[in-house]
Design a protein around this ligand. Structure first.
Ligand SMILES: Nc1ncnc2c1ncn2[C@@H]1O[C@H](COP(=O)(O)OP(=O)(O)OP(=O)(O)O)[C@@H](O)[C@H]1O
Ligand SMILES: [Mg+2]
Length: 255
């Protein structure tokens, strides 16, 4: 990707300043691999930043304040939960339940409840069109026709699916995310927990767009829950902001 950036005037190769976001659960070895890859493509000043921190910055949270904020980033592979204060991650948790698991849950549900074999792409489409985290939605989506292959006859088949069914299919996975959020809250130092009581929880990542997930989390935690504006890009937006304000964010970057 970096090699694709047009170089402009060719007589000397540009030295690049980079900020790269990394999952908070990354190992030292992986971190070094990211850094070395960047240096190999002319990164002269390379900084790393943890994704929940980048998400917080991208959402517009003032991370330098002596105040606790909770970020829940529900991506494709992992859900990262972090409490941030004074420019640092105070406690965090990473669970391997996120958007891709939701998609798999739908494939499994269609197979076991409707004898219908659907692929990942269809399942993701179902998730985005009628997916829900709860049956108690304010604006429920209309039923969806889903085509796939009948597992018994082998013939193509179509069934009507409602959001309620998908809510049932996803229930167990969402419960695991809920439990992880509760666990992280219970490990949060009391002063910061008091802050979160006032500021609420911020959601980011594509998985946070699942209908009713904010409402369900809010009910479980008794806290206000906000979905970031453009949640798919919160992390990359935050990473970009730190690159443009390196001096200000030096403390949160990993050199
Ligand atoms: N409207 C939507 N409703 C529900 N899920 C969605 C929606 N749009 C995208 N997703 C899901 O969001 C996930 C991708 O989110 P995101 O781009 O934040 O993940 P990622 O950062 O690539 O993954 P990770 O953080 O785990 O490395 C996919 O599983 C996708 O199906
Ligand atoms: Mg992500």
């Amino acid at each position: 990707m970096i090699k694709m950036i047009p170089e402009g005037k060719k007589w000397f190769s540009p030295s690049l300043k980079m900020v790269i976001c990394i999952p908070s659960g990354i190992t030292e070895v992986e971190m070094r691999a990211v850094k070395e890859s960047a240096e190999r493509v002319n990164g002269k000043e390379v900084y790393l930043i943890h994704e929940p921190m980048a998400a917080a910055i991208g959402i517009g949270v003032d991370i330098m304040q002596p105040k606790g904020n909770m970020i829940v980033d529900i991506g494709g592979g992992t859900t990262e939960i972090a409490v941030i204060a004074l420019g640092g991650i105070v406690c965090d948790k990473s669970v391997k339940v996120a958007g891709d698991v939701f998609t798999n849950d739908i494939v499994y549900y269609m197979r076991t409840q409707h004898n219908l074999y659907v692929g990942d792409r269809t399942a993701e489409k179902i998730k985005i069109q009628i997916g829900a985290a709860t049956e108690d939605l304010d604006n429920p989506p209309e039923d969806m026709s889903v085509q796939g292959r009948d597992l018994l006859t082998g013939k193509p088949k179509q069934v009507q699916i409602s959001f309620r069914e998908i809510a049932k299919a996803l229930d167990k996975s969402i419960l695991r995310i809920e439990d992880s959020v509760m666990e992280t809250l219970s490990q949060t130092p009391p002063e910061l927990a008091a802050d979160i009581y006032n500021t609420g929880i911020y959601l980011a990542g594509g998985g946070s767009m699942l209908r009713g997930l904010d409402k369900r989390l809010s009910k479980k935690t008794d806290l206000p829950v906000y979905i970031a504006e453009d949640p798919l890009r919160a992390v990359v937006r935050g990473t970009g902001i730190t690159l443009k304000n390196l001096e200000k964010f030096k403390g949160v970057l990993i050199k």
